[in-house]
Design a protein around this ligand. Structure first.
Ligand code: SOE
Length: 380
């Protein structure tokens, strides 16, 4: 892809994953920006990237690029994405697209007005087994979908000494477990089933009403230093959310999102029950898809670029028996994004700004449902 020239803003753990993916697919990275210029310089050195900036605006002024990856904390997404689309550059933004549905609606409008492609990193779509499931459903492989259930569980916020910018509502947003990881589940459920979530009924819990913030920067998934000095911080965002959901075809479902489930590191699981058969995918065994049958034997489809259906095979780059994991799905997403730019049209797999906006509306409906203890309709 010689014509694409990218810049990456934010060089924390997910920024580094984008940079690695771009290097793998051969998109030229012209510059990186980070308020922590030391981080930007280290990663630029590793990948031989020429431009390093502390101020992303300066980078947008100076660099000859056609795309920008936004990998900063959540509260920066809106301002940066707006600046990028106003410069008529394509943008791949980390989730959430912005902190509110109102801001995301404005971004969708502005991206359209400037004829640029806007995408949001709902990366779990890009596992071969997930796309195989979507392909099966598209060809009516499991019959009418009646039930969709699952969860997304983590444990990196189990202790009250676990702290990070995501816990500050001004930086991370008003919702945490639901917006940070529940949104991945909702996106996956909608993308694979092809059905929109129309109503939600939620029950949220903040396990730690206060947390101890250690001095200095704490990266996501990192443990606090045992000798650290702490400040006590009141918590307003949820550690856990249980949500009943209804889909546009009348299907029912439920999911829970938790960041305080010991032993569960990154456990996203989706189960779909149709009138003919069932599908189950679990991130813990990401290269497999279980197909459940009432009559005859159940099957497990394993990742294979030759034996999977067209949608699954398109995401598999190594032979069967060679697992493809998290870095490969970021790579698949970047490939999809740049192919869409080159072809000048969306692929159907790419999570767009519209999908990011949709997740803001679901998250806001979930917060309202929990506040009012009732079913809330998602604006669609
Ligand atoms: C932290 O909970 C986090 O990094 C999320 O922000 C990501 O979206 C998820 O994929 C992994 O966990």
């Amino acid at each position: 892809m010689p014509t694409n020239k990218a810049a990456v803003i934010g060089t924390g753990y997910i920024g580094a994953a984008h940079i690695e993916a771009l290097a793998r697919i051969g998109v030229q990275i012209k510059a990186v920006a980070d308020t922590n210029i030391g981080n930007a310089e280290v990663i630029a050195g590793r990948y031989n990237i020429k431009g390093t900036y502390q101020d992303y605006r300066e980078m947008l002024e100076n660099e000859d690029i056609n795309s920008v990856h936004i990998c900063t904390p959540n509260n920066m997404h809106y301002e940066i994405a707006m600046a990028v689309v106003e410069k008529k550059l394509n943008v791949l933004c980390e989730k959430p697209l912005s902190l509110t549905a109102e801001q995301s609606a404005a971004l969708c409008k502005e991206a359209k007005r400037n004829s640029v492609l806007g995408a949001v990193n709902f990366n779990y779509r890009y596992y071969p087994a997930v796309q195989h499931a979507r392909g099966l459903i598209k060809t009516n492989g499991i019959g009418k979908i009646n039930i969709v259930i699952g969860n997304y569980l983590q444990d990196w916020l189990l202790y009250d000494t676990d702290y990070n910018w995501r816990l500050d509502p001004k930086v991370g947003g008003k919702s945490r477990a639901i917006a940070d990881i529940g949104s991945h589940w909702c996106d996956l459920a909608q993308h694979v089933s092809g059905l929109k979530i129309t109503d939600v009924m939620a029950d949220l819990l903040t396990v730690h009403k206060e947390r101890k913030q250690a001095k200095g920067e704490m990266l996501t998934f990192k443990k606090a230093d045992a000798d650290a000095e702490y400040t006590q911080i009141p918590m307003t965002t949820e550690d856990y959310g249980g949500v009943l959901v209804r889909f546009e075809n009348g299907a029912r479902g439920m999911f829970c999102a938790s960041q305080v489930s010991a032993g569960q590191k990154c456990r996203i699981r989706l189960e779909l029950y149709g009138s003919d058969s069932s599908l189950s995918w679990d991130h813990g065994d990401a290269n497999s898809l279980w197909i459940g049958k009432r009559d005859g034997n159940c099957e497990t489809v394993t990742k294979s670029p030759v034996d999977m259906n067209e949608q699954g095979a398109a995401m598999a780059h190594y032979p069967a028996g060679h697992p493809e994991g998290y870095p490969s799905v970021i790579k698949n997403m970047c490939l999809d994004f740049y192919n869409c730019i080159t072809r000048g049209k969306e692929s159907g797999t790419l999570p767009t700004f519209e999908d990011g906006y949709c997740q803001n509306r679901i998250v806001e409906a979930i917060l309202e449902s929990s506040r009012r203890s009732c079913w809330v309709r998602v604006e669609n």
